[in-house]
Design a binder for this molecule. Sequence first.
Ligand SMILES: [Zn+2]
Length: 372
Amino acid sequence: MEPQRNAKRLLRLMLAPLIALALALTGATPAVAYEQREAIVSSGHGWSQPGYLVVHETANPGASAANHVTYWRNNQPNVTMAHYVMELDGSVVYHTQRDDTIAWHVGNGNYATVGIELAHATNSADAARQFDEAAQWCADYLSVRGWGIDRLLSHSECRWIWGGTDHTDPDGYFAKYGRSWAQFEGLVSSKMGGGIGGQTGGSGTGSMSGTSNGAPTANTTTVDVHYALHVRGGGWWPEVENYGEGEQGYAGAPFTRHDMLIAWADRGTLRYRVHTLEDGWLDWVQAASYTDSVNGMAGIWGHTIDGVQMYYVTPEGEEYSQVYYRSQTVDREGYLESVCDDGTTYGGDDYAGIYGEPLDRLQMAISDGDVF
Ligand SMILES: [Zn+2]
């Protein structure tokens, strides 16, 4: 089956750029009121391929964005700074560092993110205008990159995604003027056309329709399954039950590397194991415990998962079911083909993933047919 499998993967590879382009073209037309100026003051700390936009506030009340540009320039190269900084009244955004270079702004998530600092306004008129302009800028930025609202993060959210930082901005700054991060996200979303979250360049829009592994199709799950991925060097993402649309419908997150997988079924036995860049295939596990990193989850802390394999054993007397699962990688658009158990039943792929490409999202279901 190998040649066939490679051919299918090649097809996906060729389609991915077209899908990305289509998404870029459907992005909202930027409605610019703010002015963006090039003011590159830093070459950063190495190259990156960011997948998220992070919003900060400077925690420096009354200091202008222009002041920050000067300060950052004068304190190179070891200064904490972001790629962009917006003026107190939202009128100007300075672009201070290339987007594909690493800035020191969110701790362990630096490699995965682009940041914008909002200068800390000291009057409500400036704060109100800046709030609106910042939302517009974020909407424009996400649209141009073909990213959905799920790629927008606050610095505060980065604490539990990647760790290495204890900042909670811009929540407190927004609260000071009676606003919240949730309101900001809502405003950005509405400026992008109000689309639902998750419609991004990498959240499954590239999946091939139809059933590639020859399994019967199905729309129902027979046993509920629960699973979560742990961010390498960070924390656990929330558990997912079965699968769905949007960011609640899969484990993991775009452009994120993971080191641990935990999974369990409400009935029957779910066996699972992971393949890592560093170690190859690790041992099978068939238990789930957040406090047992040997037998209660699959993976090795700090090692990057690039493959997952699973097998479901139906309890006596119940309808025969199998586990169907599929994944995405940080390197390409869309889900790879779905996999049924370890591939032995229908001769399809025998694991989810591609060796050498960090697995960023996983979906799974226990069913009597392929749900994907
Ligand atoms: Zn911050």
